[in-house]
Design a protein around this ligand. Structure first.
Ligand SMILES: Nc1nc2c(ncn2[C@@H]2O[C@H](COP(=O)(O)OP(=O)(O)OP(=O)(O)O)[C@@H](O)[C@H]2O)c(=O)[nH]1
Ligand SMILES: [Mg+2]
Length: 523
């Protein structure tokens, strides 16, 4: 493999520098470390690796399907829910089962287009599944579905923990002489996810916190958090509004309750995540993946003609909804429940009553809007896509450090350490400090006025210079003048009027503006 193909599409200048560092050091380190570096370079060129994690049955796979826009991950049952599955972009749809010994076996998708529920292989020997899809979303990120944490099955928990970087490194690393295969430590170091979409439901438990902590400690070279973790409160539709103070009486009490709960949970999960977004994964999946059909719309239209009282009674519980005597066949009603659940059915009926001639397509869009998926997508873009360079580079540097550490050769460790020091002094490495500042500000560890928080978050994205300055599409001279002005403002804020903690952040932001100004002047 040549350096050029290894580099693929690197996320930005910092990733390029880290890849160059790996390539330069490769001939100077042991064969085993060099193999690890090759893996780090390969991953730097790949899209951001986003793990969808959370407790068992929290709706992870459902959300994965909604994000990809295709029902491809099995939900509810089947042995695949106990395996890590990586959904990534490929030019041909295919499934590869990867075994613990490195062997691979190609499998076809099931007739319904999903990963088969049963693989027909010994699952104890399976490391994970690679699923390749020709899907535009996956060009921007690899989505990793994980088995539920807190499940009864120890093997699937350990698979997820390994992915999230929580697996304990083997203490008694017996050396396999002369082997240039990756040992467990190295494999863990390079295999971890770079960002996590954390799925919680109504109750947050201690192991939720632990999993997030383990992830943040393992993925970034420094203490990370809200920079590479997003949390969603899934199954928002199942929250009983009367159980949440302040939700009753709102126009949509269920969403009001979800918002209040999500805010409370954000306080609990701080500073691991900046905030928690409510979402209804099930409705999002049905609306986005073609699950919601015109036959469903027709059945809902029929239901909407029922008397209010009758419908209210039917919607009290799933049992009543399916067993009630009514024109719509009970099998059809069961199908509606599986796709939308009670809240979705009610939402759809309300939409039809408000606009009786609504088309099936418009109804689908209404349901999609009601699911909250758009906000999750938008946040993924801001938080992950725009910061991919910094996030990927930080993860790669953490891996490089771990690899050097695991080599057991002090000279090698020193060489790698020195190279990293040189890299950290370069202008593009300023992004790492900026990510750190973002973490402090977004998590509330450093208090800032709301408008300054927003500005820090904006500058900390690397979407494009105009967007970073909050003036997309403006001419360069105008952008340059603004960057210079803000650089000056943050410098004086750092010197006067700021607390010591604010001042440290302000220096970083000042330098960020200064670097943007330099870039604008150069070309
Ligand atoms: N009402 C409702 N049900 C949901 C929602 N999201 C998922 N579900 C249901 O919850 C069940 C579990 O969903 P999965 O997506 O399989 O959950 P998971 O976290 O992947 O489960 P494991 O992989 O087994 O840990 C399924 O029956 C889904 O239909 C939601 O937003 N609302
Ligand atoms: Mg699952």
């Amino acid at each position: 493999m040549t350096a050029a193909t290894e580099q693929g599409h690197l996320a930005g200048p910092l990733s390029v520098s880290v890849a160059n560092l790996c390539r330069r050091l490769q001939p100077q380190v042991s064969a085993r470390t060099a193999a690890g570096f090759a893996e780090v370079m390969r991953r730097l060129g790949a899209p951001l690796q986003v793990a969808v994690a959370g407790r068992i049955k929290s709706g992870k796979s459902t959300l994965v399907n909604a994000l990809i826009g295709r029902r491809v991950a099995p939900t509810d049952v089947g042995e695949c829910t106990r395996l890590v599955t990586r959904f990534q972009y490929g030019t041909v749809d295919r499934i590869e089962v990867v075994f613990n010994d490195g062997r691979k076996q190609v499998l076809p998708f099931a007739p319904d287009g999903m990963i088969p529920a049963e693989l027909g292989v010994d699952i104890a020997e399976v490391s994970h599944i690679e699923a390749y899809l020709t899907n535009a979303v996956l060009q921007g990120m690899t989505v990793i579905d994980t088995p539920g944490l807190g499940s009864l099955d120890a093997a699937s928990v350990s698979r997820t923990e390994q992915l999230l970087g929580a697996a304990k490194h083997r203490a008694d690393d017996e050396d396999e002489e002369g082997s240039d295969e990756l040992d467990d430590t190295s494999r863990n170091a390079v295999a971890g996810a770079e960002a996590v979409l954390y799925v919680v439901t109504q109750g947050i438990r201690a192991d939720d916190q632990q999993a997030l902590a383990a992830f943040t400690a393992a993925t970034a070279s420094r203490e990370a958090g809200p920079v590479n973790a997003i949390a969603v409160l899934n199954k928002a539709d199942t929250i009983a509004p009367e159980s949440v103070e302040g939700a009753d009486g709102a126009e949509d009490p269920v969403w009001a309750a979800a918002r209040i709960l999500a805010e409370k949970q954000a306080a609990t999960l701080k500073p691991r995540v900046a905030d928690v977004l409510p979402v209804i994964g099930l409705i999002a999946e049905s609306a986005e993946s073609g699950g919601f059909t015109s036959a469903d719309a027709e059945a809902l239209r029929q239901l909407s003609t029922l008397d209010d009282d009758i419908l209210d009674t039917m919607l009290l519980s799933a049992d009543i909804f399916t067993s009630w005597e009514c024109e719509v066949p009970s099998g059809t009603r069961l199908r509606l429940l599986e796709k939308l659940d009670l809240y979705g059915v009610r939402r759809a009926v309300t939409a039809i009553r408000a606009e009786p001639r609504i088309t099936a397509g418009a109804l689908r869009r209404t349901l999609l809007d009601a699911s909250g998926l758009a906000a999750v997508r938008a946040r993924l873009n801001v938080v992950f896509a725009a910061r991919a360079d910094g996030i990927k580079a930080a993860a790669a540097l953490a891996s490089v450090t771990a690899l050097a550490h695991a080599s057991g050769d002090p000279a090698e460790r020193q060489r790698v350490h020195d190279a990293i020091e040189v890299l950290l002094a370069k202008p593009e490495a300023h992004q790492l400090r900026l990510l750190e500042a973002l973490t402090l500000v977004a998590s509330g560890a450093v208090d800032m006025p709301e408008d300054l928080v927003e500005e820090v978050l904006r500058v900390g994205s690397n979407a494009d210079l105009g967007a970073q300055l909050g003036m997309p599409g403006r001419p360069r001279p105008e952008l340059a003048a603004f960057a210079l002005e803000r650089a000056g403002w943050w410098r004086s804020f750092a010197s006067f009027g700021a607390t010591p903690a604010q001042s440290r952040v302000a220096h970083v932001v000042h330098r960020a503006y200064f670097l943007i100004w330099q870039q604008l002047r150069e070309n």
